[in-house]
Design a binder for this molecule. Structure first.
Ligand code: ATP
Ligand code: MG
Length: 666
């Protein structure tokens, strides 16, 4: 797909109307971990900058070479260096006298089911699990699949794998047996760690049967290690003595003594499959040293983390990359105290998250736009019942945050005090790449602003030339960074092809540019606005329109909570804009004229060219498990096709609801 920057002007005018700015609070700016000079300092010598950041970690052996770029795009970082990721996340805090510090305030879904776990306890449990895995035959280099709810043992399992050098692949606990089996197969995992079940909206929901079913589809699995969480009956056929072992038997009885081995900086740490918003998930490989440097530096810089004072909470599931980098590796490497919550935001009642923030005095909160929009839909009264004055920084990740959602987040959740950091990154990038810095940047609602210190990103045209300010194009990373993916698991060719073939060295010089599919624009100040996937860009009568901008225009209407826009084939205009809209609850059914009202609103906000041909009022939108809207399925609906692959959809009944409603409401 090509982008002609000159013809995107139609959409750019809208965004430049956004002139709200939020300066950092004075005290935050005065005490910020990272100040404005970091950008220039890092840009002078990016490689040296990352070597400085690597000092944040504890290395068993120092590296010889910071960046080995002898075989692009197969970059290596900190070669010759050796370290243990679990040691860095746990042991060294205990060694430094912080063993009694709470690492995890775990909050189970059933009310009152909580556990506080100190770093010393975490060290013991991780050591026990490492010993148990070794006992089960797992050696360095073997892959282990983790398929668990959000319980402390999930983090223990990940760190235990890291400790013995066995790359983990965490599969979201809500995925089907098929999805689990295909991931097990793809990375050839020989052990699966799971639980009998987990809690979902007040009721136990089984997990172990899906592992059993997955085992009928792949013969890779030698052992299944099962945590007892719900105590639900597994049934007579639900246990295989040759394969299944209880966690409390083998981990519970193992020694708490375990000496971590130091692994090469480039030793594989994990394989994570992407969310699958655009198609079949890709097995992203991350290695140890560079990844940990990136996760820990960005967590320190972007959240201005003060490990002694902050209480941090990231609501992601560990089944996606945000859970890896910003629940497990970044925060624990930084020795933080954090909340870990098992359940859904609205169980047993809609204010649950805000009660947790009040109860634990959460200071830094990191969530996704999809969650924010669903709270907008329910109304401000619910969060307003809780005292959230402890909050000082709010983060957003996963999708572009619509300006209206940003404002709501800042005002209603953040009491109009807290900076909002809109963090752009991907499974592939391993860590945050583009984001405001809370003590430095005057935030603009809807913009991820600039690449963080040490990262080189740009927006380029088809030829790879930087577009001028005020224009749109492809979002690329122009220099290697430590936490970058190393390859796609077992498929180097696909790695080169997927990420490096659009702007190869032969075209743009240097080492080529990394491109993973997103479009963006630079505003008049040169700040970056992510506009969604280039594959989702619509072409209406020759005008290139971004989904994000039209969605944001819809969300800025007071009756709208959430919107998804796709381009559907149209005889007259090539493509036509089709919108799927969820109304705020206070708007009721929106009234008879709601569709006309919204059409008029988009026309006024953006222009006639963006006016939706069709607007469907829907109760829900199809989303991946990580909350991203799956536009390709909506495109199928809008073009009256059979809907495509729905295996990564959070709730498959949503598509039936939407398809049934099609034909009415426009
Ligand atoms: P797949 O690559 O399999 O289609 P995915 O891209 O949804 O799945 P992730 O790696 O979880 O999988 O998501 C990364 C994508 O999420 C980015 O490429 C971008 O499209 C979107 N994204 C993440 N954070 C932001 C943000 N702050 N602003 C805009 N978009 C974002
Ligand atoms: Mg992607």
């Amino acid at each position: 797909m090509t982008t002609d920057p000159s013809s995107t002007s139609e959409t750019l005018a809208n965004l430049s109307r956004e002139d709200r700015r939020f300066e950092p609070p004075a005290d935050l700016a005065a005490n910020a971990n990272v100040t404005a000079d970091a950008y220039e300092h890092a840009a002078k010598d990016r490689v040296a900058f990352w070597a400085e950041q690597a000092e944040r970690l504890s290395w068993a052996e120092r590296w010889d070479t910071v960046l080995d770029d002898s075989k692009p795009p197969f970059f290596k970082w900190f070669t010759g260096g050796k370290l243990n990721a679990a040691y860095n996340c746990v042991d060294r805090h205990v060694g430094a006298g912080r063993g009694d510090k709470v690492a995890l305030h775990w909050v189970g879904e059933p009310e009152g089911d909580t556990r506080d776990i100190t770093y010393a306890q975490l060290k013991d449990e991780v050591s026990q699990a490492a010993n148990a895995l070794t006992e089960l035959g797992v050696a360095a280099g073997d892959r282990v699949a983790i398929y668990m709810p959000m319980i402390p043992e999930a983090i223990v399992a990940m760190l235990a794998c890291a400790r013995i050098g066995a790359p983990h692949t965490v599969v979201f606990g809500g995925f089907s047996a098929d999805a689990l089996a295909s991931r097990i197969d793809d990375c050839q995992a020989k052990v699966v760690i799971t639980s009998d079940g987990g809690y979902r909206r007040g009721t136990p929901s089984a997990l172990k049967p899906a592992v059993d079913e997955a085992r009928t589809k792949t013969d890779r699995v030698e052992k299944v290690l099962v945590v007892r969480r719900t105590g639900q009956d597994l049934g007579e056929d639900g246990w295989d003595d040759d394969v299944d072992v209880w966690w409390h038997d083998v981990v519970g009885s193992a020694s708490t003594e375990h000496t971590p081995e130091a692994f090469d900086a480039e030793h594989p740490l994990y394989v994570m499959y992407t969310s699958g918003s655009t198609g079949k998930p890709k097995g992203i490989l991350h290695t140890t040293g560079g990844y940990l440097v990136g996760a820990s530096y960005t967590h320190h810089a972007v959240f201005d983390l003060k490990a002694d004072d902050d209480v941090y909470w990231c609501t992601a599931d560990i089944g996606w990359v945000t859970g890896h980098s910003y629940i497990v590796y970044g925060p624990l490497a930084n020795g933080v105290t954090q909340v870990l919550y098992e359940g859904t935001p609205d169980s047993p009642e809609r204010g649950r998250w805000w009660q947790i923030i009040e109860q634990y005095g959460v200071t830094i909160f990191y969530t996704a736009p999809t969650a924010i929009r669903s709270f907008m839909k329910q109304g401000a009264e619910i969060p307003e019942r809780s005292d959230m004055s402890s909050l000082r920084i709010l983060g957003s990740v996963g999708e572009p945050i619509n300006p209206e959602a940003y404002i709501w987040y800042r005002k209603v959740i953040g009491g109009d005090r807290t900076p909002v950091v809109d963090t752009w990154w991907q499974t592939e990038t391993g860590a945050i790449m583009i984001s405001p810095l809370p003590g430095v940047t005057a935030g603009k609602p809807g913009s991820a602003m600039t690449a963080i210190p040490g990262v080189a990103a740009d927006v380029v045209d088809d030829e790879g030339n930087p577009v001028p300010n005020g224009s749109g194009g492809y979002l690329v990373v122009t220099a290697p960074w430590p936490s970058m993916l190393r390859t796609l698991w077992g498929d180097d060719d696909r790695y080169v092809d997927t990420y490096w073939s659009r702007f190869p060295a032969s075209k743009v010089g240097g080492m080529g540019y990394y491109f993973a599919g997103d479009g963006a624009k630079k505003d008049e100040d040169g700040d970056i606005w992510v506009l969604g996937r280039v594959d989702d860009v619509m072409n209406v009568s020759g005008h290139r329109l971004s989904t994000t901008e039209i969605e944001s225009a819809l969300v800025s209407h007071p009756k709208v909570a959430e919107a998804a826009v796709v381009g559907a084939t149209d005889e007259d205009t090539g493509q036509a804009v089709c919108a799927f809209v969820i109304l705020r609850e206070e708007a009721g059914d929106g009234g008879e004229d709601i569709v006309q009202e919204l059409r008029g609103h988009v026309r006024k906000e953006i222009g006639p060219i963006a006016t939706p041909r069709q607007i469907m009022i829907v109760p829900e939108l199809p989303k991946t498990r990580s909350g991203k809207i799956m536009r390709r399925l909506l495109r199928d609906v809008a073009e009256h096709r059979e809907v495509g692959d729905v295996t990564t959809l959070a709730d498959s009944s949503v598509m039936d609801l939407i398809s049934k409603g099609m034909g009415s409401g426009s």
